[in-house]
Design a protein around this ligand. Structure first.
Ligand code: AMP
Length: 189
């Protein structure tokens, strides 16, 4: 199995690039943000829990997120592996993912980080907010909070995967196709 984590701050292009990489390698794309938004739209209990955090730009608690992710992995076993987009976002989530995949006799192959500087991220998110229908992309203070959550809780995961020799960094600026080519090169390395 090929199990990839597409990593990066909000606005780095994880969703766009996951679609390309998923097609190329025949993977199942799991985006925790998309799954939460689907649950909010359908007014499920999970959606109600997640909404309060997402509206503020805070991370949804680990226990809720991990349980949801594991059940999604169990639902989708059809591909050559998974591309995880927006998960893990904390060390506790990464540890839980390692343990869970081990019970399935598989593991993370690589974590690939899309690198984009903070100013460019804010511009991209505000631009996306005009059309995405996402309230968390429209408000500058929520965007700021999401970037801070990333820097505080999520960025330390780079070290977690570096220690496992699974970390690759890719320049996340340029055209969509240029970035896709860089990502494929990092996967195939
Ligand atoms: P995203 O679509 O990846 O930008 O995620 C949107 C929001 O969903 C985040 O700001 C968090 O509130 C929540 N979220 C998504 N993935 C996670 C995760 N792995 N852990 C905690 N919260 C998450």
């Amino acid at each position: 199995m090929l199990n990839l984590i597409l990593f990066g701050p909000p606005g780095a292009g994880k969703g766009t690039q996951s679609d390309k990489i998923k097609e190329h390698y025949g993977l199942v794309h799991l985006s925790t943000g998309d799954i939460f938004r689907y649950n909010i739209k359908n007014n499920t209990e999970l959606g109600k829990t997640a909404k309060d955090y997402m509206d503020k730009g805070e991370l949804v608690p680990d226990a809720v997120t991990i349980k949801m992710l594991e059940s999604e992995v169990d639902k989708h076993r059809e591909g050559n592996g998974f591309i995880f987009d927006g998960f893990p976002r904390t060390v506790a989530q990464a540890e839980a993912l390692d343990k869970f995949l081990a019970t399935k006799q598989t593991e993370i192959t690589k974590m690939i980080a899309l690198e984009v500087d903070d100013e460019e991220l804010k511009t991209r998110l505000l631009e996306r907010g005009k059309t995405s229908g996402r309230s968390d992309d429209r408000d500058e203070s929520i965007i700021e909070n999401r970037i801070q959550e990333y820097n505080r809780k999520t960025a330390p995961l780079k070290t977690f995967y570096k220690n496992q020799n699974k970390f690759e960094a890719v320049n996340g600026t340029g055209s969509i196709s240029e970035i896709t080519e860089r990502l494929k090169a990092a996967v195939d390395k």
